[in-house]
Design a protein around this ligand. Sequence first.
Ligand SMILES: Cc1cc2nc3c(=O)[nH]c(=O)nc-3n(C[C@H](O)[C@H](O)[C@H](O)COP(=O)(O)O)c2cc1C
Length: 202
Amino acid sequence: MKLLHIDSSITGAGSVSRALSAGIVAAQRLRHPGLEVTYRDLAAEPVGHLSGAHLAAAQGASPELPALLRDLASGQAALEEFLAADIVVVGAPMYNFAIPSQLKAWIDRLAVAGKTFRYTADGPMGLAGGKTVIVASSRGGFYGPETPIAFLDHQESYLRGVFGFFGITDVTFIRAEGVAIGPEQRAKAMDAANGEIAKLAA
Ligand SMILES: Cc1cc2nc3c(=O)[nH]c(=O)nc-3n(C[C@H](O)[C@H](O)[C@H](O)COP(=O)(O)O)c2cc1C
């Protein structure tokens, strides 16, 4: 069984989503002995943003710049890792109401027609179903449906939407919210999230 572990936080050692994603992976290792884990740190080694040159290469133009060739190969590797994984653990902080741009750039390499989705006469069809996705979500504030700023959540709602578009229905969010309010709320949010992670190992 294969697990792909993605981190995207830019906040380094104090990162909440990195602590949670590491805990989720440890829980999955307990649950699935012999689990094969691949790790990709999108902050340390970002995949490049899509450009016209990438699209032209995807449509058959021959890329000549070595930097573009390297970037195309890295995007292809990211897609293959994702397709090969049975479980995908994604460290996904909320930055400016959405996901980090590094994480978006990675998703842009997964959204490839014929690989993760295709359009049919009946509408889009996901091609990457059968995986489990577990998202380590961290947020400075609160964005639950009962809050006045729920409409600003373009982080979890986007991830649920895009993985759903790829055909993945088994998507779980382990969430630490309100972590910017103060140390007490941060500790409380981490305890609650760690409690959810412990249940994953059971
Ligand atoms: C660049 C940046 C933008 C942020 N934007 C938001 C935001 O829009 N809403 C929010 O609730 N918290 C925001 N925060 C707070 C983070 O969501 C919070 O600190 C969380 O722990 C970040 O995850 P990390 O610790 O894994 O980096 C932001 C933090 C940073 C560094």
